[in-house]
Design a protein around this ligand. Structure first.
Ligand SMILES: O=C(O)C(=O)C[C@]1(C(=O)O)C=C[C@@H](O)C=C1
Length: 129
């Protein structure tokens, strides 16, 4: 699936500039000359060895992204099961001390972005606070 990731070789698009002039996905067939490559092989460079390496690295990036998606979904399902099990036994919906422990682990490993990531992970499992 192709997403709307913006690719650009120049500076940022100025307000009022037509959309076709530097914003939005690069067309597979440029209107005037230039090389043509399938959309899935657009690497942002026309230098063949750099382009080939980028294609190779992207294969691993895609594997990692797919693993992250699978793990995200598995974690959310497990978290929901824990919550349902606890509530069915008369317990609380949340255990804030456990959430703090998780937030701290992610913060120590990844810094401020880790905290944000952990907040999203927790929300995916137990829902918004
Ligand atoms: O570990 C638990 O007790 C859970 O319910 C799982 C979980 C989590 O997603 O990690 C979710 C909600 C709780 O407040 C704490 C942690």
């Amino acid at each position: 699936m192709m997403t709307d990731v913006m690719e650009q070789s120049g500076g940022p698009t100025r307000p009022g500039q037509p959309a076709a002039q530097g914003a939005g996905p690069v067309a597979a067939t440029p209107p005037t000359g230039g090389h043509t490559e399938p959309a899935e092989q657009q690497t942002g460079t026309e230098e063949p060895s750099a382009s080939a390496r980028i294609v190779q690295i992207r294969e691993r990036i895609d594997e990692i992204d797919n693993a992250l998606i699978t793990l995200w979904q598995e974690r959310a399902a497990l978290s929901q099961e824990v919550g349902a099990t606890r509530m069915a036994s008369g317990g609380t919906r949340l255990v804030l001390s456990r959430e703090r422990e998780i937030l701290e682990r992610f913060r120590v490993a990844l810094g401020a972005d880790g905290t944000q990531l952990a907040l999203l992970l927790l929300r995916a499992g137990r829902g918004p606070l």
